[in-house]
Design a protein around this ligand. Sequence first.
Ligand code: NAP
Length: 220
Amino acid sequence: MATIVITGANRGIGLELAKQYQARGDHVIAAVRTASSELTGPGIETFEGVDVTDDGAVAKLASALEGRDIDVLINNAGILSRETLDDLDWGRMRAQFEVNALGPLRVTKALLPCLSEGSKVAIISSRVGSLDDNSSGNNYGYRMSKVAVNMAGVNLSHDLKDKGIPVLLLHPGYVRTEMTGMSGGIDPDESARGLIARIDETTMERTGTFWHADGTELPW
Ligand SMILES: NC(=O)c1ccc[n+]([C@@H]2O[C@H](COP(=O)([O-])OP(=O)(O)OC[C@H]3O[C@@H](n4cnc5c(N)ncnc54)[C@H](OP(=O)(O)O)[C@@H]3O)[C@@H](O)[C@H]2O)c1
């Protein structure tokens, strides 16, 4: 039984990840701002008030988990707002940096004492954070925040190499969740299955790489 910490596990892809890990017998620590009614049952432990932009809230989670071993940390929490060149709202763009780029780094750093050789760190990024893959523009804050988190992930992969902790950047697919207004090509269960498969197959040889949930390696 592995211990899996998931941020933003109360809905969307994070909730589905929690349910699938629970179903296979792992122990899920759901780090959420507010629990949802679906986030219940044996094998699910919920910590509320975990806003990934809040140092104090993340420190509280870290101190609650002191002495525990985490096998997989999944930085999943994220937000999307859609700025165009005609609508560059700096506040919304900063907010996306706070959650999408700084959030995973803040949480990973705070939980490092619970990670050791063989633990894995996954960051749910997005292929819209791929410079090579950008063929359409728009979504300034979201795209820029996901490029930044990709760099944070690659940096972490170097810094955690000596500890034997692989760091993986993942794109979940275009998924029907609140973030996409329930549009998308796949449902969260299919996305979560793919993400879990990618995390399962991750070794140190893959650290610092970027993968689609469907098993395709993505360009930066
Ligand atoms: N859906 C897609 O097609 C798609 C594509 C590419 C990448 N992604 C990425 O996949 C991840 C999950 O997205 P989703 O589609 O499942 O979105 P979602 O349904 O909107 O869920 C987002 C989750 O993030 C949490 N969250 C937002 N701000 C937070 C904060 N400041 N602190 C802690 N938690 C916070 C939300 O919690 P609350 O309920 O408290 O707001 C919620 O649990 C995100 O990183 C997203 O960028 C999604």
